[in-house]
Design a protein around this ligand. Structure first.
Ligand SMILES: Cc1cc2nc3c(=O)[nH]c(=O)nc-3n(C[C@H](O)[C@H](O)[C@H](O)COP(=O)(O)OP(=O)(O)OC[C@H]3O[C@@H](n4cnc5c(N)ncnc54)[C@H](O)[C@@H]3O)c2cc1C
Length: 409
């Protein structure tokens, strides 16, 4: 496809990690329109910390309208409900249709319920800060009713499920009213990561009131129970769904190759049928196998912006080369794991590294806000983290605990 117009119109759907990093690198000589159904950027990798009051929603969010207009682009707070690749249009919730020259899809993933009866109605999602606030408030309400015992079930023992459990234990480890269950259809925790990680987490959890149910297939979730294929069931006062994600439904209408993981892109991040549609972040299935990670979303977003600039000026595109990234997984204040391939380091002090990534990125984005908001935001985040996370960790850590939990797995 050749673009003749002087000013190309580029539409970005989704303004979190991938979409925002692309927007920050797209030249102002294009007309750039960024669309998101949310009004705020959210730092999702730390939303689970809202459960233990270590983070507040405000410390994880930044106003998109302000950031995007500072970048010199236009922000529309709407949901995209369909895309027509042949007509080069996107249609919004309010039925407005916008034309584009180049489209960047950065709308992430959404919750997958695997057609389990009652899952959507009775299990809380864990995708946004709003989901987590709801869970936080409902646990507090259950506890104040003095119900005995309160059963909290986490469905899905992957990355998110483990971080949710850790945060609940950070806050409620000594509360005997609460019982936690983690349920997964796999035979262990975090099946995408080495087995020794699962073994270590399970052994750390022996000290707490947690039961693990592996190789369990759920047939139905009811208001106060969870039912399995073997006809057994367990009680549930609150069910959290961290069992999986999928491509958002609206992308089903776009006529290009897709699999359950995402829209398939070539090495330049373009879709198969439309060379003017690029896909990044969780929405993309890359040529090289990759995890759904914020750092990959940031890298693909930046790379797509470089290629879109080149595409508009009819220059040769550059192939995306994936750099393997370590992962930091936290189990509340019990331990934090650094995982790179088969290498796993465990130490409570790694929590500071995870916190530093968050603080640095939020501070960098804050520079796009008006000075007063930026300074207040940075000060608020650092004060909260120092007070609730870093000092709390330091005060608790005795050398024996620190050295006992620090190891190479
Ligand atoms: C609880 C949790 C913990 C995590 N922990 C980590 C971690 O520790 N490390 C790590 O690397 N990754 C982690 N992740 C994964 C990481 O958050 C994702 O990989 C990352 O957010 C993907 O970025 P993205 O920009 O592709 O999509 P998203 O961040 O999901 O952003 C998609 C954006 O698109 C918008 N959108 C969606 N559909 C539409 C539509 N139809 N119209 C308009 N807007 C739309 C959404 O509102 C959203 O703002 C975690 C995720 C969760 C949920």
């Amino acid at each position: 496809m050749t673009l003749n117009r002087k000013k190309s119109r580029i539409i970005i759907i989704g303004a979190n990690f991938a979409g925002l990093s692309a927007a920050s690198k797209l030249s102002k000589c294009h007309e750039v329109i960024v669309i998101d159904s949310k009004q705020e950027f959210q730092w999702t990798p730390n939303i689970h910390e809202i459960l233990s009051d270590v983070k507040k929603e405000t410390s994880l969010s930044l106003n998109l309208e302000t950031i995007i207009s500072r970048l010199g682009h236009c922000f529309i707070n709407q949901t995209v409900c369909s895309i027509d690749g042949a007509l080069q249009t996107v249609t919004l919730d309010d039925k407005q249709t916008l034309n584009y020259d180049v489209l960047l899809i950065a709308s992430g993933h959404t919750r997958a319920n695997y057609d389990i009866k009652g899952a959507n109605k009775y299990a809380y999602g864990f995708r946004t800060a709003e989901d987590v606030i709801q869970i936080h408030n409902d646990i507090e309400a259950l506890l104040s009713n003095n119900k005995q015992p309160v059963n909290i079930n986490i469905i899905g023992g992957g990355f998110t499920g483990v971080e949710v459990l850790g945060e609940l234990l950070r806050k409620y480890a000594t509360n005997t009213q609460l019982h936690f269950n983690v349920i997964d259809s796999a035979s262990r925790l975090v099946p995408a990561l080495p087995e020794k990680l699962s073994d270590d987490i399970l052994s750390q959890c022996k000290l707490y009131q947690v039961n693990f149910y592996f190789k369990q297939k759920i047939t139905e979730i009811k208001k106060s129970s969870i039912h399995f294929t073997d006809k057994k069931s367990i009680n549930s006062d609150l069910t959290i769904w961290s069992a999986g994600t999928k491509l958002p439904d609206y992308l089903g209408c776009i006529n290009t190759k897709a699999n359950t993981n995402g829209l398939v892109v070539n090495t330049y991040l373009q879709t198969e049928n439309f060379d003017n549609i690029f896909v990044v972040g969780d929405s993309a299935t890359l040529a090289q196998p990759s995890a759904k990670q914020a750092s990959i979303a940031l890298d693909t977003g930046l790379h797509a912006a470089i290629n879109i600039n080149r595409f508009c000026f009819e220059k040769t595109l550059k192939p995306f080369k994936m750099r393997s990234k370590p992962v930091l997984l936290s189990l509340g204040d019990i331990n934090t794991y650094f995982i790179q391939g088969n290498l796993i380091l465990a130490s409570p002090v790694l929590a500071a590294a995870k916190e530093a990534v968050y603080q640095l990125y939020m501070a960098r984005l804050s520079t796009l806000l008006p000075l007063e908001q930026s300074v207040l935001g940075i000060a608020g985040r650092i004060t909260l983290s120092t007070d609730k996370l870093l000092m709390a960790e330091i005060l608790k850590l005795r050398p024996r605990v620190l050295f006992g939990r620090s190891k190479v797995l």
